[in-house]
Design a protein around this ligand. Structure first.
Ligand code: X8Z
Ligand code: ZN
Length: 661
């Protein structure tokens, strides 16, 4: 979940506006006598009223959601479900009322706002009050179950219970095949009990979507892109085809290294698939943790960010212990550790803030520092999955994370602050326009900054040592970025390929897990090493499924961020190769970025994209330009190897053929 819990989660434009990309001009209709509803209200007045009511009601919803995510128990779940129930009922009532104004004269802004209203939630609720209540109960329960998920193993004194963070630590750091398999399978076991709830959840949101006039909830999600929903789906196929060759090269290289590390038998599954539990990440969406295995040139350009952050933590711990005098006891030691963890997490956030401030953006308000959750509390369950929150549309912004001193969490902070700075920038807009140009934009802001964290920038802030300039160092830096950004691409696509199928019924409940792994094989080329039958519900082990957050946004974001980056680099006057650019400290880049953020969802995203990049299309050209040196290097490395994989007879990768890289 990001900044807009449930309600407004995907509030972007509806299909009706289509590609007109109409600019906001003072509406001539405002001068005509406007049609009025029975209460004498014009369409423009109606929109102004719901904007005001929406904003007034919003803090109660976000507070309830914040509590249920940072303090999971039955009570907070009940309160969150009830708040959501009220909000979704109100939304349905507004949408119903808005029908009165269909075909009536109104300003362009009001027309857009009313279209956005129909898209204001990713969880369309049935009108039937009992079903609505059931839906919000299930939603709160599934999110709570994910957050509280705990895997216990071992007997007697050896029995231990671990949550997601600890199981992720195993995948991050251990290279023991069985320990990784245990952690991977252990986490996936927590999702099994969600299956039944998810089946019902799908029925209920589909009913809600149909009542709004969509074929199903997936069709509704696809309608949120200022273009024909089918054309949108086709667009994602086109974009995937653009980047697929690059992914296949990376896949081929990674497989070879895994075989070298774990042996030919264990380093792959079936015909060329990567073992799901060996990719350093629970969902194989980011391979950055496999740096020890995949690093192209040992020691060329040291980018050990995790090491630097760990040292920073150790320093903080040393200072905290020192304050407690000689020979601190276990309790004092424990307190010092907590203090150092919190301090390190705050320092990491300060560094991220510094980048935004260098672009001319404001410092975060003091309430951000007081109210955010930076580290995992020990006395209760929380949803650790990182999120950014705009509590009241007027400055109470927060992040909720369980930060650890490692590179992944460090870049995630930059990601979350991207959401926060977007929120702050569009707060002056009417509430219905307070959203990303489309949801991919929202996910791309912080990641654009991450692209600008070049080795030189990291050196300049003292996080890594002086960087050598060599071809080896360049390939290392590119690989580091590719393991995060390129490895992600097919994952960014497959989750909603699964959900679109689930919502439209082409994936029925008795094929949930099978279809999941077919899509994992087809797009990512990964597979589990043990059978995963229908007794499992592996999609539920990924936050966004129980959390009902649409996922295609991240696929779009992984392309958009390169387009944004390229344009901001040009604005900053960068000349050389794209990958060398940082716009840290550049006021002009900051001005252009901020101008985009301030627009929010007030116009079709195509117009917003054009203002920054000159193009109205999402395109993978900038990704390919950025990674050109790595792609060439990978092709050399993979020469003579048989790349590609056989996704299995049930789900041919391409009309029955293995994709050959
Ligand atoms: O969920 C997130 C963010 C919050 S919007 C932490 N991301 C996706 C994920 O973790 O699966 C960021 C990248 C992809
Ligand atoms: Zn995000």
């Amino acid at each position: 979940m990001n900044h807009r819990p449930l309600l407004l989660a995907i509030a972007v434009a509806a299909g009706l506006l289509s590609l007109s990309a109409c600019r906001k001009t003072p509406s001539p209709e405002q001068e005509k006598p406007a049609a009025r509803a029975e209460n004498g209200e014009t369409a423009d007045q109606f929109v102004a009223r719901i904007n005001a009511e929406f904003k007034a009601a919003y803090p109660e919803l976000t507070s309830a959601q914040w509590l249920s995510s940072t303090y999971i128990n039955d009570d907070s779940q009940l309160v969150a479900a009830k708040a959501n129930e009220r909000a979704l009922a109100q939304l349905n009532a507004w949408i119903e009322e808005a029908k009165k104004f269909e075909g009536q004269p109104m300003s362009d802004d009001s027309r857009r706002a009313l279209n956005l209203l129909k898209q204001a939630t990713a969880m369309p609720a049935p009108r039937d009050p009992e079903k609505l209540a059931e839906l919000t109960r299930i939603a709160a329960k599934m999110e709570g179950a994910y957050g509280a998920g705990t895997y216990c193993s071992g007997e007697g004194a050896a029995r231990k219970c671990r949550q997601l963070g600890e199981l992720e630590d195993v995948l991050r750091s251990s290279r023991d095949y069985d320990a990784q398999l245990d952690a991977w399978a252990g986490w996936h076991s927590i999702a099994q009990p969600m299956r039944e709830d998810y089946v019902r959840f799908v029925e209920l949101v589909n009913e809600g979507a149909r009542e709004l006039g969509y074929a199903d909830a997936g069709a509704m999600w696809r309608s949120a892109y200022d273009m024909d929903p089918d054309a949108f789906a086709a667009e994602t196929d086109r974009l995937w085809e653009q980047v697929r060759p690059l992914y296949e090269q990376l896949h081929c290289y990674a497989r070879e290294k895994l075989k070298q590390t774990y042996g030919v038998e264990k380093g792959q599954v079936g015909e060329g698939l990567l073992p799901a539990h060996l990719m350093g990440n629970m969902w194989q969406q980011d391979w950055g943790n496999l740096w020890d295995i995949l690093q192209p040139y040992r020691g060329a350009g040291s980018l050990d960010i995790t090491g630097a952050l760990e040292r920073q933590y150790q320093q903080n711990l040393g200072a905290a212990l020192h304050q407690r005098g000689p020979n601190p006891g276990p309790r004092a030691r424990f307190e010092a550790e907590r203090e150092a963890q919190l301090l390190t997490a705050r320092q990491m956030t300060e560094r991220a803030q510094d980048f935004y401030v260098s672009l001319g953006m404001p410092k975060l308000p003091s309430s951000y520092w007081e109210k955010s959750q930076f580290i995992k509390p020990l006395d209760r369950d929380v949803v650790c999955h990182a999120s950014a929150w705009d509590m009241d549309m007027e400055g109470d912004v927060r992040i909720k994370m369980c930060i650890k001193p490692n590179e992944e969490d460090f870049t995630t902070i930059y990601h979350e602050l991207g959401h926060i700075y977007y929120d702050l920038a569009y707060n002056p807009q009417p509430p219905l326009f307070q959203n990303g140009a489309n949801d991919g934009f929202h996910e791309a802001i912080g990641d654009t900054i991450v692209l600008a964290m070049t080795p030189k920038y990291l050196e300049s802030i003292g996080l890594v040592q002086a960087q050598s300039q060599s071809r080896e160092a360049l390939i290392n830096a590119q690989m580091r970025m590719a393991l995060a950004k390129v490895a992600f691409l097919p994952f960014g696509l497959m989750i909603d390929r699964w959900r679109w199928g689930v919502f439209d019924g082409s994936i029925p409940p008795d094929r949930y897990n099978q279809a999941w792994w077919e899509l994992k094989a087809r797009y990512q080329g990964v597979a589990p090493v043990q059978p995963r039958g229908e007794e499992f519900f592996d999609p539920g082990a990924k936050y966004h499924v129980p959390g009902n957050t649409p996922y295609t946004r991240y696929f779009l974001a992984h392309l958009l961020q390169f387009q944004f980056y390229k344009s901001l680099c040009e604005a900053a006057g960068h000349t050389g190769p794209l990958y060398e650019c940082t716009f840290y400290g550049n006021a002009e880049a900051g001005r252009r970025f901020q101008a985009m953020l301030q627009k929010g969802a007030s116009q079709p995203w195509q117009a917003t994209l054009k203002e920054l990049t000159g193009s109205e299309q999402i395109d993978a050209g900038a990704v390919l330009e950025y990674f050109a040196p790595l792609q060439e290097w990978l092709q050399q490395q993979n020469q003579g190897k048989s790349c590609g994989w056989q996704a299995g007879p049930a789900s041919p990768a391409r009309d029955g053929d293995a994709p050959e890289a």
